[in-house]
Design a protein around this ligand. Sequence first.
Ligand SMILES: [Zn+2]
Length: 467
Amino acid sequence: MSITYTLRHHGAIDGVTGSCHQLLLADGRSILVDCGLFQGAETSADGGAAGQPGIDFPVADIQALVLTHVHIDHVGRIPHLLAAGFRGPIICSQASAILLPLVLDDALKVGFTRDEALIRRFLGEIRKQLVSLPYQAWHTVIDGATRLRVKLAPAGHILGSAYVQVALENGKAKERVVFSGDLGAPYTPLLPAPRAPYGADTLVLESTYGDRRHPNRKDRRQRLQALVERALANKGSLLIPAFSIGRTQELLYELEEIIHRQRSRHVASGLAWEDLDIVVDSPLAAEFTSGYRELRDHWDQEARRKLAAGRHPLAFEQMLTIHDHATHLQTVDYLARTARPAIVIAASGMCSGGRIVNYLKAMLGDSRHDVLFIGYQAAGTPGRDIQQYGPRGGWVELDGQRYTIRAGVHTLEGYSAHADQQDLLNFVGRMRDKPRQIRLVHGDADAKAALAGAIRQQHPGVEVVVP
Ligand SMILES: [Zn+2]
């Protein structure tokens, strides 16, 4: 007797956003893993897209939503899922359970309503549905003829991130399905590296950097320092578009380390590292940074050692946090006009919205300013356009208007919060029981093709599917 189940992917098929995967049992009951928003030009096969983020599949038989982590491209469609009638449990790690309401609060304000009372009511509902599951603990979701249990394990991508192990049992028959979510890379600041599961029959694997190796990950802090010093040499701001969640905290952590080491050494003419302003212009990033600070039990050993030594990796003196909109506008104006050297970290990470857009509009035309990309830029986002056309003196469209790019444009490789090809191959290679089938999601076509080739070469017995 074997167990039949099917996998459906409602996003992260033609690209890296909109993650939403469904595991259906023969009796029609199912679970959903992630329910994310689409960004940029990316869409789902069944019509989901950034402009129409609704739920276009039936939700009545979905028994639970399991979350890998709280990035918006993995959780942003939750309001739509609830609007479609889903009332089941939302299972996630303990840290994710604390961070999720912050993300959804922001998502609701941007995409749904400014009505605070309505948002509070909605978040109250979400909190009732949340099941906070410690890492490595099994939780039964479906207890019928076929039993379905889930377990979360650290994924090393952002705080609280997990990959999901699903165990299906029917009498003696057993099936194991693993959903990788977004896997982190070793050396991700603050987070322990992910460890591969014991085994799986089917593995749904992300492939964001399936065609790349992150170079020299170990000396990237020196490269960040060199790049900051180069960018600030002619004064002006260094703009770093970053996800409010995860990336911003990693950057702050790294900058604190550089400042700690350099102190009175010059970052730009007449300016010491310890006097450099680091502006975090995002209320969400600020809230998340405090969330990260509260969750210090989840930090890795290095970070905890720094705390014990009296350092404050995520709350140091040179860090200025901007909350309100008026101060935001004043800061954009002040930095654009004076070109006083500063680092500005603001969302969104792909420049498709958020406060970074005002900085870009004000500064892209001025060669004293610089933009630094450290995260993945999806096709169709302004971030990708700036990255691609900026170095050739091209333009980018922001809010329907063209902006010529004279600012310096830099990309720092090796700073990804995502596993590279070798890390992904290790995740498979270190499983004691190799999967029968690996389904590659969450990557551009080139990345998936390269990773598929590499897996087939190393594990000829494994069927690799690109859904
Ligand atoms: Zn992510």
